[in-house]
Design a protein around this ligand. Structure first.
Ligand SMILES: NC(=O)c1ccc[n+]([C@@H]2O[C@H](COP(=O)([O-])OP(=O)(O)OC[C@H]3O[C@@H](n4cnc5c(N)ncnc54)[C@H](OP(=O)(O)O)[C@@H]3O)[C@@H](O)[C@H]2O)c1
Length: 269
């Protein structure tokens, strides 16, 4: 069985090693307002527990959640009980999702409230990495709002180990990486516009996590070469990439993604 145990790598300069594939958990908590090509049913607790166990056995230690992913955080708390030190937990601040609607708040008060709430929901006393869940007005969020400064304070206080930004623009991610530890960027077979951010991170020892590595599953609809293999060949060829957060609730897809990532990374080494 190909696993990722011996392929963990540093997340920038944070002193945290992550598996090159992380588990995205939108589909554990939310089925409204998502852009996946196929409908799905949110896994029950048993299915979710099995998926997390499988991920661990396959060498995945990185898990990505957010307040905006519906019940994701509050489900992960009990599901990860007694395994806290096996996981690098990434969550976010700034976006809320209620009654099918997103809203944003990048104030200092909301940032503190949100991180405290994530700590409670995740049943932990520290979160490894908290990213700003930007609304796309990245420079405004960074320059005019208090969220980033407040995350720096929360890091000083030991409530989070690192902070960063998940935005939509190259300018935003580059600015965010000056003070922050990590950027989460879109980079896949369909969209490579944020490559300058990967280049910057590689040159400056900053962490990069990839979101939408499979274009939210849309690349998997193309016939021909294995789209997962083609996607991972692109991602892992870049030295700036620490890990790709791939969202799946299908155990066969999870196993295939891990085996493919392991083979691609070994071949590229
Ligand atoms: N920070 C942000 O603003 C932001 C935005 C978007 C996403 N994210 C994070 O990144 C994660 C991933 O993004 P994403 O879920 O939008 O996109 P993604 O990882 O590119 O794609 C996930 C989709 O691909 C499918 N899939 C996965 N492996 C597959 C395989 N081997 N064969 C066929 N289909 C496969 C999944 O369906 P199955 O469940 O059927 O496998 C799922 O519908 C999210 O869960 C979230 O944690 C963050």
């Amino acid at each position: 069985m190909k696993t990722l145990h011996d392929l963990h790598r540093p997340l920038g300069s944070l002193g945290i090693d992550v598996s090159p594939i992380g588990l995205g958990t939108v589909k554990l908590g939310r089925d409204q307002g998502v852009k996946y090509p196929n409908g799905f049913t949110i896994p029950d607790d048993n299915e979710a527990r099995m998926l997390l166990k499988q991920a661990r056995v396959l060498g995945i230690n990185l898990i990505d959640t957010a307040p905006a992913y519906g019940r994701s955080e509050e489900r992960l708390g009990p599901l990860l009980r007694r395994q806290r030190h096996d996981w690098v937990i990434v969550s976010k601040v700034g976006e809320e999702f209620e009654a099918g609607q997103s809203s944003h708040d990048f104030s200092a008060a909301h940032t503190r409230m949100s991180v405290e709430r994530s700590l409670q929901r995740l049943q932990t006393d520290f979160i490894d990495l908290v990213l700003v869940h930007s609304d796309g007005n990245d420079l405004h969020v960074l320059n005019e709002c208090d969220v980033y400064r407040t995350l720096a304070e929360l890091k000083q206080e030991g409530k989070i180990r690192g902070f960063g930004f998940s935005g939509k623009t190259v300018e935003g991610a580059l600015l965010a990486l000056r003070e922050g530890d990590c950027a989460m960027v879109t980079y896949n077979l369909n969209e490579q516009g944020e490559k300058p951010v990967l280049d910057y991170a590689a040159a400056h020892g900053k962490g990069i996590l990839i979101k939408k590595a499979l274009a939210s599953g849309h690349v998997c609809l193309s016939p021909g070469v294995d789209p997962v293999q083609a996607s991972f060949e692109l991602l892992f060829a870049h030295p700036g990439v620490a890990g790709a957060i791939v969202g799946t609730i299908n155990p066969l897809h999870l196993a295939h993604n891990v085996a493919t990532a392991a083979a691609v990374i070994r071949r590229q080494a």
